[in-house]
Design a protein around this ligand. Structure first.
Ligand code: ZN
Length: 268
């Protein structure tokens, strides 16, 4: 059997075993990879991170996947995980296909300094950070990242709870790039500490290859309150947090949800 045919058979089998779209509850028709394969070095992505999706939920993911991968590759500071060529290719791709979602790149030293200063890091702006791509993200970029973090929440819920996240729940999603932590010079330590804060963990791997250094999440759950949350670390680029709960939970704790399960934003 050819590779293509073998994969098609595996996909069909997967959809048969997972008949419901893990995002919206419609019949599943496609296999979705979360996080996107393109963010991993050599496109070696973790096992067990495939999810059933309907065509509607899978459609329009191109821009999101590209933006996430761009941020992961662009924020990587460790030489062994650097993929400058991959980053440039992704950026050109996004620029061509999704011009309004393209983060502006700080190309000159002066421009890079301005980015750091506007982020509140005048000290960091004087450092030489040759490996770091300083990106100036548009609102559109941030919106796409937030939708991605919601999709990841739904996917992790499906994986860990063997059910779809209730569609009437609301969610809070947020992320911090390494620019936020660079002042302390310890993004990795701080991010790892945060990720350790949740009780449940899963190794991220493919076969014997440990992929934890590129992506790792932990999760937790308050069963009586139906609250579900994760904290995920994307290499040295960013950390993300997300949690979902029934609407009344937010009111009771004076918390503001940011996004609905269908990906629409809740205005403050
Ligand atoms: Zn769907």
């Amino acid at each position: 059997m050819g590779e293509k045919k073998r994969r098609l058979t595996l996909s069909k089998q997967f959809i048969r075993d997972n008949p419901i779209c893990c995002y919206c509850g419609a019949p599943s028709e496609t296999v979705d990879e979360m996080p996107p394969r393109a963010m991993f070095l050599g496109r070696q992505w973790p096992e067990g991170m495939q999810f059933p999706a309907c065509i509607k939920c899978n459609k329009g993911r191109g821009a999101i996947d590209a933006i996430v991968s761009l941020h992961v590759k662009g924020g990587e500071v460790r030489d062994e995980y650097l993929d400058t060529e991959g980053f440039k290719k992704l950026w050109r791709d996004i620029h061509k296909r999704y011009p309004d979602a393209t983060p502006k790149l700080a190309e000159s030293r002066e421009e890079q300094q301005k980015v750091w200063e506007s982020a509140g890091f005048p000290a960091a702006s004087r450092l030489v950070l040759p490996n770091l791509a300083s990106m100036i993200s548009s609102k559109k970029t941030v919106d796409l990242l937030q939708v991605f973090l919601l999709r990841l929440l739904q996917a992790i819920y499906y994986r860990e709870q063997s059910a779809i996240l209730p569609l009437n729940h609301l969610a809070c999603v947020s992320f911090r790039t390494n620019a936020t932590f660079m002042k302390a010079g310890s993004f990795d330590d701080l991010a790892s500490t945060m990720v350790q804060g949740l009780p449940m963990s899963r190794p991220t791997k493919r076969g014997n290859t440990d992929l934890t250094e590129q992506f790792h999440y932990r999760w937790g759950r308050m069963p009586d309150e139906s609250v579900f949350c994760y904290c995920a670390k994307f290499g040295t680029a960013f950390v993300a947090f997300a949690f979902s709960a029934p609407e009344e939970f937010f009111y009771r704790h004076s918390l503001k949800p940011t996004i609905k399960m269908d990906g629409t934003f809740i205005q403050a």
